[in-house]
Write a protein that binds this ligand. Structure first.
Ligand SMILES: [Zn+2]
Length: 162
């Protein structure tokens, strides 16, 4: 096999690894969308407690959470800003209180105000933080992807030397 041909094979395989399963654009857009309280509320197709309970889906959405659970884990939520994942909810829990107790660094939990009650400047700050955080997460995925790629190339190089 010629050197040129070997390069082409490696190049194609590298491309298939570099093509991430993770959709950067979709992820970024989703994160921005979750800033809106009504978008977060829409993610709750079902919830473990009904609306009369203190820990209801509207209150969870107000406190910054969107639903990330499943059939087997029906009470998992994630914060749109700090990405804190919380589960094990009790019907009398106050979502705001739990948020600040488990993520005292969260700028949204610290505000303790529904999105519609914050100032325009505060909203801009939240948007900026979400974008920066999304960019960091996307960069992490990309870095891992590149590392996998380098591993692959290194292994191939090793094999072809044999
Ligand atoms: Zn948070």
């Amino acid at each position: 096999m010629s050197t040129t041909r070997k390069t082409t094979v490696a190049h194609n395989s590298v491309q298939s690894i570099l093509r991430p399963q993770f959709n950067h654009k979709e992820y970024g857009e989703f994160r921005l969308k979750m800033i809106a309280e009504e978008s977060r509320l829409e993610t709750f197709k079902t919830w473990v407690f009904d609306d009369s309970k203190r820990c209801n889906k509207a209150k969870l959405a107000e406190a910054g959470f969107y639903f990330t659970g499943s059939k087997t884990e029906p009470d998992v939520v994630t914060c749109f800003l700090c990405s804190k994942i919380l589960d094990g909810w009790e019907e009398d829990d106050d979502p705001w209180e739990e948020h600040i107790n488990h993520a005292d660094y969260c700028e949204f939990a610290k505000l303790r105000k529904p999105i519609k009650k914050i100032t325009f400047e505060q909203l801009l700050d939240l948007q900026k933080s979400v974008m920066l955080d999304s960019a960091e997460k996307i960069a992490d995925v990309w870095k891992k992807n590149v590392a996998d790629c380098i591993n692959f190339i290194t292994q191939k190089a090793h094999v072809s030397k044999k």
